[in-house]
Write a protein that binds this ligand. Structure first.
Ligand SMILES: [Zn+2]
Ligand SMILES: [Zn+2]
Length: 511
């Protein structure tokens, strides 16, 4: 993906057009620039996203002059932007939660700290950061909290039996509420379990505890309301109600019915099949990508730079690919990891691929994806993707919805049809591990798993450090009940290569 999400500040342009600067927030909407924003203000007196959402819902026809697909797109994108006003994307919340955790862990008197709540479950959007802190002596923690500021803009619907502290972290639009559950050291594991699950999960656990005459208490658990039961770990608590330890990502809704033993784990991952080098819009050389992978203990990587039509991301021409191939061959001589030469080939507006088949045939691995013309209707977009999937040289369809969490909903597409077609053609569907994307996500992963689709978890790394995002991908895989057996980058290099080449054989038979 081209890594350029920031848009120029529209206020100056709006001033030149003679409309108030408040109208600038309309330009947060994908596809709306100063001109359309000014027009919406002049013709419809709309100055805010709320106003636009309300008007578009009330009377979508009024806005047909902006294009039928545009209105459709606004209807999908507006809720995303409005939700962002009181919720924070995981890509923002998770690192901030980790940073506070590290800070609190160093305070005197604090014996244990953990991220909990929705961030620990890897929810895409989060109302706040939640932490559990075990404290023998609260004075240092209280001083820290005072410094962090008092209660501000905290959602009121977070009931908790544990003592809680509310403050905020970050700045400007990145400022988000923090809820700290303070527990006695002996109650840490129970408090962590109780605050991690969603209401359904906690309710089920509470019921199962009751069947064993156990109740939650400020010292952990109580038996028959008289005898306190020390609980050293979440695993121990789950064992008391006859359950295995459940990964936090499964502690929502019916997910606890899922047996965690088959699910993908971080340690299963043996390589990363989607990343960009300095040949297109990445900032690491091929040698540096290989070294990073080696440090991560990987067996292989695929270098998959953008294709020629994506000029904004310095897409490669067939000639560039040939020169890149010789650089890869050089790096292969000294690298410890195996390097697959691939490409992230653009799916053009009509569904053709950005390279002819003879160019694709020379690559070890072909990823197809959409980066342009997001404005097509759902039908056109679906046909476009189906046409690409029918190309026998395509191994993987990447970030298939084009969403950016908290920023845009992505393009309109019939996901069910695309998954069915991928299953039929034997095309893999990527789980893009970039925390801004996490695409495909839990509900679609479950459907793809049922259809027997192979789902590689790849980082799409452009910058140093981004290959570490694999953790987010694995965690999203767990949310989607993704078994290891359906993740092709858990295979050995030989097995993976065989799988990729088998598709090539099919392609040459078909052509
Ligand atoms: Zn990419
Ligand atoms: Zn991409």
């Amino acid at each position: 993906m081209p890594n350029r999400h920031r848009r120029p500040d529209p206020t100056e342009a709006l001033q030149r057009l003679g409309v108030p600067r408040e109208v600038a927030e309309l330009c947060e909407l994908p596809g709306v620039g100063p001109k359309i924003a000014a027009d919406l203000y002049r013709r419809h007196r709309i100055a805010t996203l709320e106003g636009l959402a309300e008007a578009v819902t009330r009377s979508p026809r009024t806005f047909q002059s902006y294009g039928h697909n545009t209105v459709d797109r606004w209807q999908r994108d507006l809720p995303v932007l409005l939700e962002r006003r009181h919720s924070w994307p995981i890509a923002l919340a998770a690192p901030q939660a980790d940073a506070i955790c590290a800070e609190l862990a160093n305070l005197p008197g604090v014996t244990a700290v953990s991220v909990t709540g929705s961030v620990r479950r890897l929810a895409a959007m989060n109302r706040c950061i939640e932490l559990v802190v075990a404290c023998a002596d609260r004075s240092a923690l209280d001083a820290w909290c005072q410094k962090a500021g008092a209660v501000t803009r905290m959602p009121a619907d977070y009931p908790s039996a544990i003592a809680t502290i509310r403050c905020t972290t970050g700045r400007g639009a990145d400022e988000l509420p923090v809820l700290i559950h303070v527990a006695l050291p002996e109650a840490f594991a129970a408090a962590l379990l109780q605050s991690t699950g969603d209401p359904t999960h906690v309710e089920v656990v509470t019921k199962l505890l009751a069947e064993a005459a156990l109740t939650w208490s400020e010292v952990g658990l109580m038996h028959r309301e008289t005898e306190s039961i020390p609980i050293a770990s979440e695993a121990e608590l789950y064992a008391r109600i006859g359950l295995p330890w459940l990964p936090p990502e499964l502690r929502e809704g019916e997910s606890m019915l899922q047996s965690p033993s088959f699910l993908i784990q971080q340690t299963d991952i043996r390589g990363d099949l989607h990343m960009h080098s300095t040949w297109s819009d990445g900032s690491l050389t091929i040698a540096e990508l290989a070294e990073t992978a080696e440090r991560m203990g990987y067996e292989y990587i695929a270098v998959t730079d953008h294709s020629q039509s994506l000029t904004i991301a310095h897409g490669l021409t067939p000639d560039d690919l040939r020169r890149q191939r010789s650089e890869i061959e050089q790096v292969r001589r000294r690298a410890k990891v195996r390097i697959l030469h691939g490409s992230e080939v653009d799916i053009l507006a009509d569904g053709r691929l950005d390279f002819p088949d003879e160019v694709l045939a020379d690559l070890d691995i072909v990823i197809a994806s959409i980066h342009t013309v997001f404005t097509q209707s759902r039908d056109t977009m679906t046909r476009r993707i189906l046409r690409a999937l029918a190309n026998p040289y395509v191994h993987i369809l990447a970030h298939m919805h084009g969403r950016l969490i908290g920023k845009r909903s992505g393009y309109a597409v019939d996901t069910e049809q695309v998954l069915a077609s991928a299953a039929r053609h034997g095309v893999m569907i990527e789980l893009n591990a970039n925390p801004n994307r996490l695409d495909i996500w839990d509900e679609w992963i479950r459907k793809a798993v049922k259809l027997g689709i192979a789902i590689p978890i790849d980082t799409d790394a452009h910058e140093p450090g981004e290959m570490n995002n694999i953790t987010y991908g694995v965690r999203m895989g767990i949310r989607g009940w993704l078994p290891k057996a359906q993740v092709p980058n858990t295979l050995s290099y030989a097995e993976l290569k065989q799988r990729l080449d088998a598709r090539r054989m099919q392609a040459s038979v078909k052509r």
